[in-house]
Ligand binder design. Structure first.
Ligand code: UDX
Length: 432
C-alpha cells in the first residue's frame, strides 16, 4: 500500500519504518527540514533501540522515503497517518491540538483522489469529528474518510510493540475503510494481534482509557509501597500476590518513582479536561494525577531523611536520569524535580546515564555529568539508582566504594534488600 506518515517523532518514525518493513511504500513527512536531512543521511534524531538499522534497511530498499514536501507525499499516497505531537496545552491541561489541525488543513489542499486520513496521534474524543468538519469545508464528502487508529507503543520497546501488539484498534464509521486498514495490519493479525473495530470516537477514548488505567495501576502500587514501608511488608510480595490474580494482572505493578514520560502525565491530564467538558467528573484519574505529583516530593523528602536531613555539601550520585531505561527521553522524569531540589539545598551532584548528558541540566551549578558509573560514584555520600538501566542491575558496590562508603537508595528495587543488608550496605529501597 502507499502510505504517508506526517510527523517523524517516536510514533511516526517507528510506524513508518515498520510499515515499510512489511512491504509498503512509505513517505515520511516533517516540516523540520533539518530532521529530514538527518534522516536522508541515515541518522535517527532520537535514541530507540533497533530503529536506526530498520530505517536504513528500508531506506536503502526504497520503501521508505523522507521529505518535507507534503504535497508530494500526500498526492502519492492512499492512507495518510497524522503522527504529530499533542503535548499538554500551555493554557490549560488539555491536549494542544494545533499541530493536528494545521496538518489536517494542509492535507486538505492536496486531496486529489480518495484518501483515508488516520489519526495515530493521541487526540481527545471528538477530534476526528472536527478534522472531518474542517476538511469538508474544502473537499466533498466521499473524497476522504477520517478514522482513528491509536498507537500503544512504549519508548524503548517501540519496534517490538509495533510488530507484536496485543491489539489493533480501528475507529471508523465506514466498514469499507475499516476493511482496508485491517488488510494493512494483516501480517500482524496473522501473528496473533487481536483486531478490534469500533466507531471513531470509541478508538479515541480507548487510547486515553488505556493510559489512564496503567497510570492508575502504577500510582496504586506506589501508594501501597508507602504503606509497606511503615508496616514492614515487602511491596514485591504484594505485587506478586495481587498480580497473580488474572483479573488484576501482574504488569505495571512495579513500585518506583512517580511515573513519567511523554504519555501518562499528559494523557491523564487531558482526559480529565475532556471529562469536565462533557460534565463528567473523572475523579479517580484526578486523584491519580495528584498522587503522582505528591510522589515526586515524597521521594525527594526520603532522600533528605536518608541523609539525616543534612543535604548541604553532601555528594550524591544519580545513576540514570531518564524517565525509564532504553530511551534518552527526559520528559516528566522525576529527576527533573529531584536534582534541582537537592542542588538548591546545597548538594553536589554527579550523574551518569547511558543515554548521555542532558541539556535539561546544562544550566545547573554543582551538577556534573560522568561518563561511567565508577566516576559518578567516586567519593559520594549517597548513590541513587533512579532509572533501571540494564547496566545498573549487577553493580560491584564493594569496588565502587573505593575510598568512601556511601549509602544506596535504590528507587527501582533492583537488588535484594536482604542480601544487601547481609553484605553490610546501608541500603534503602521502595516499599520494603
Ligand atoms: C506508555 C504506554 O505504555 C504506551 O502504551 C503508550 O502508547 C505511551 O505511554 P511509555 O511512556 O513509553 O509508554 O512508557 P511505559 O513503559 O509505559 O512507562 C511509563 C512510566 O511508568 C515510566 O516512568 C515507568 O518507569 C513507569 N512504570 C511503568 C512504573 O513505575 N511501574 C511499572 O510497573 C511500569
Amino acid at each position: 500500500m502507499k502510505i504517508c506518515i506526517i510527523g517523524t517523532g517516536y510514533v511516526g518514525l517507528v510506524s513508518g519504518a515498520c510499515f515499510a518493513d512489511l512491504g509498503n511504500l512509505v513517505w515520511c513527512v516533517d516540516n523540520n527540514e533539518e530532521k529530514i536531512e538527518l534522516l536522508n543521511n541515515g541518522e535517527v534524531p532520537f535514541f530507540e533501540p533497533g530503529l536506526e538499522e530498520l530505517v536504513n534497511k528500508n531506506f536503502s530498499s526504497n520503501r521508505l522515503k523522507f521529505t518535507s514536501n507534503l504535497k508530494l507525499a500526500v498526492s502519492n499516497s492512499d492512507i495518510i497517518f497524522i503522527c504529530v505531537g499533542t503535548p499538554t496545552s500551555k493554557k490549560s491541561h488539555s491536549a494542544d491540538l494545533s499541530n493536528v489541525f494545521q496538518v489536517a488543513s494542509k492535507i486538505t489542499k492536496h486531496i486529489n483522489k480518495f484518501k483515508i486520513i488516520v489519526t495515530k496521534s493521541t487526540v481527545p474524543v471528538t477530534t476526528g469529528d472536527k478534522i472531518e468538519q474542517l476538511i469538508s469545508k474544502k473537499k466533498r464528502k466521499g473524497l476522504f474518510e477520517v478514522i482513528s487508529n491509536p498507537e500503544f507503543l512504549r519508548e524503548g520497546e517501540a519496534i517490538r510493540d509495533f510488530r507484536f501488539p496485543d491489539r489493533i484498534i480501528i475507529g471508523s464509521n465506514n466498514k469499507k475503510v475499516t476493511k482496508k486498514l485491517r488488510s494493512l495490519y494483516d501480517p500482524l493479525i496473522k501473528k496473533g494481534a487481536e483486531f478490534f473495530s469500533t466507531n471513531r470516537r470509541g478508538a479515541e477514548l480507548i487510547k486515553y482509557a488505556a493510559n489512564a488505567f496503567l497510570a492508575t495501576k502504577i500510582s496504586y502500587i506506589n501508594e501501597l509501597a508507602n504503606l509497606c514501608e511503615k508496616t514492614g511488608v515487602n511491596i514485591e510480595d504484594v505485587s506478586l500476590g495481587i498480580g497473580s490474580d488474572k483479573r488484576i494482572g501482574s504488569r505495571f505493578l512495579r513500585a518506583g518513582p512517580a511515573y513519567g514520560g511523554s504519555c501518562f502525565p499528559k494523557d491523564t491530564r487531558a482526559v480529565t479536561v475532556t471529562g469536565d467538558l462533557f460534565k463528567t467528573d473523572l475523579s479517580i484519574i484526578k486523584s491519580v494525577i495528584k498522587s503522582n505529583e505528591k510522589r515526586r516530593i515524597l521521594l525527594t523528602e526520603r532522600v533528605k531523611k536518608i541523609l539525616s536531613n543534612k543535604i548541604k555539601n553532601k555528594k550524591i550520585a544519580f545513576l540514570g536520569v531518564t524517565f525509564k531505561p532504553n530511551t534518552d527521553d527526559m520528559r516528566e522524569s522525576s529527576s527533573l524535580l529531584m536534582i534541582p531540589f537537592l542542588l538548591k539545598r546545597g548538594a553536589i551532584i554527579s550523574y551518569y546515564d547511558p543515554s548521555g548528558e542532558k541539556k535539561e541540566f546544562s544550566k545547573l551549578i554543582n551538577l556534573s555529568f560522568c561518563h561511567n558509573v565508577y566516576d559518578a560514584c567516586k567519593n559520594v555520600d549517597l548513590v541513587i539508582i533512579h532509572t533501571e538501566w540494564e547496566e545498573f542491575k549487577a553493580l560491584d558496590f564493594k569496588k565502587l566504594y573505593k575510598k568512601k562508603k556511601f549509602k544506596i537508595y535504590d528507587m527501582r528495587n533492583l537488588y535484594s534488600a536482604e542480601v544487601m543488608k547481609k553484605k553490610g550496605f546501608k541500603y534503602y529501597s521502595i516499599g520494603r
